[in-house]
Design a binder for this molecule. Sequence first.
Ligand SMILES: [Mn+2]
Length: 336
Amino acid sequence: MTATAGRGPTGVPSTTAAAVAAAAELLATARDVTLVAHVQPDADSLGSALALGIVAARRGATVRVSFASPAQPPESLRPLDALGLLVAPEAVPAAPELLVMCDTAAPERLGSLADRLVTARSSLLIDHHASNPGFGDVRILDPSAEATVVLVHRLLAEMGAPVDRPVATCLYAGLVTDTVGFRTAGPAAHRMAAELLEAGVDVEAVLRPISDDHPFTWFDDLAGILHAATLDVTAAGGHGLVSAVVPAAVMGRHRVEEVDGVVDLLRTASEADVAAVLKQVGPRRWSVSMRSRTVDVATAAVTLGGGGHPRAAGVTLDGDPDEVLARLRAALTAAG
Ligand SMILES: [Mn+2]
């Protein structure tokens, strides 16, 4: 394939295969690589950035990995940074040579680093959100991929980069979390997981800190949150909605690993196909996480100005909890 094969009229590669080839070419020639995850980075976003960062650093490039907020990565994801590539957003160059944006559904998801999309000499997007409008010079954008790390894995194969234990650990962390423990993973993703295990991933060491390790003090607050949870079986077109609120005071006492686990408990409610957790991030501002078995919560989230995937989506809304829930119910009725 020539360098221009599969490019559309704008010069942007028009197929995923052409984009992967163009991305490999970009990474092969870049001397300085800046990889960015979305704000409030998860294992898929940070794992994608760190896996590619480790490979680029080993090839001799100057590499940094960053995200705009919060100030520190989730404690459970710090072990993924085997080479110490993470830097504060202030350390990201004003005009990066190559900017790689991982799992970023929209430029706004880069927070204060979104301006680098304009100043970067070249940019590469790697993402799997169906709502992504497409941005950046080269775009590996495939909503059929279960996780962004699946696309990174494809890119590493194109680059001929070895997937050893540190790289495999980053990829596995993103894969297991974005597929909700492989529930949404297809055969190819399971084959990828097998390859990662062969590379030496310690599954328990990766997973326990992310989802199975909570301080005892969390139980008391969790009990309060679940005690106050509400069930509306008529919501979402009769599919049912279970919801809970995490007040700012509780958010302040606990890590993101604790708070983000609430929705995974709620979604087990037999009577509801949709679960929503309202996390208080301002006096009248709520970061809402939604999970669903059948209803397309991505559509509901996009309607309200958020984004995500059909089975897992999020949005930030203003108001008191009742107002926020009313808006959610209206959007879910339309989506259900
Ligand atoms: Mn993802």
